[in-house]
Design a protein around this ligand. Sequence first.
Ligand SMILES: [Fe+2]
Length: 311
Amino acid sequence: MSLPDDDRFAPDDIEAWRRDGVALVRDFFTPSEVAAVCADFETVFGRSAGGGLPMNRKKGDEIGRFNGAQFKAIEIIPFDCSPALNLIGLHPSLIAFAKAALKTDAVQLYQCQAWAKFTGDADYDQPFHCDFSNHTLTVPSEDAARNSVTILCYFTDVTDAHGAMHYVTRPDSAGVAGPEASLNADPAAQSQLQKGLMRHQRSSASPAGTAIPYSIDVYHRGTNLTAPHGRRYAVMACFKAAGDESIGFTAWAFHHTRPWARLVDHATPEQLACLGVQRPGDPFWTETTLARAQARYPGWDLTAYREAVSR
Ligand SMILES: [Fe+2]
């Protein structure tokens, strides 16, 4: 397929993602999109600044660890806020990037989280790890298009004092270990792996509005927030090829008590298709299912679906 004509990213960004496993795409989101998403973060998380002092649980040159406090301020879509944050993970240009990266015309969003981090709430330092272990029951393919693409989006300026994700490109990590080594529980092997990766680590520090697509086989880690009163607002959007049953994370309907009308009422058929909703023209849509859907979501504009039925 040909690459999409999208002014938010270049063919080189797709190429960098495919080759390195990571790309940094600055100015992906406009300043007004960033401002609207930040306002929604404040509504959802109820605060806009962290504490004055960082939390540091490590001693000496100890490697960062996962701990529950790091994940306390994560929420999945949809949210009780404006359409800005509800739909940012389904931005048409993110969808276009995912289609180009995965070489397919149809993608699904299988994880979408708003993640707020605040100085002092946790020691956010993590060890290097790969995300495949909780996105698939097996292992990553060596063909990036057969896996998925996670797009980490920054909505505040992220410096190394604001918890920039650190990563190792695929060519650099290849000389250290394959992604399967991330699951080795032997402390000595882990320590050696971490030290080996640390020598190649790069920072994703970048301004608000940056999108950072990365692969599930790429070593990366969260880092601590040390800036006084610092905050980091990020959205993670994970896409897979539509119908790929080997990859998953969130079953959207399981979270049916969340305010779905906040998202559905403002989404396009293409955005909803990324959540598994049948497209206009699909035989699922009949006069009966249209009436039932309208009863469930009174504010949903079903015109495109209705027109495709009557044709
Ligand atoms: Fe991760």
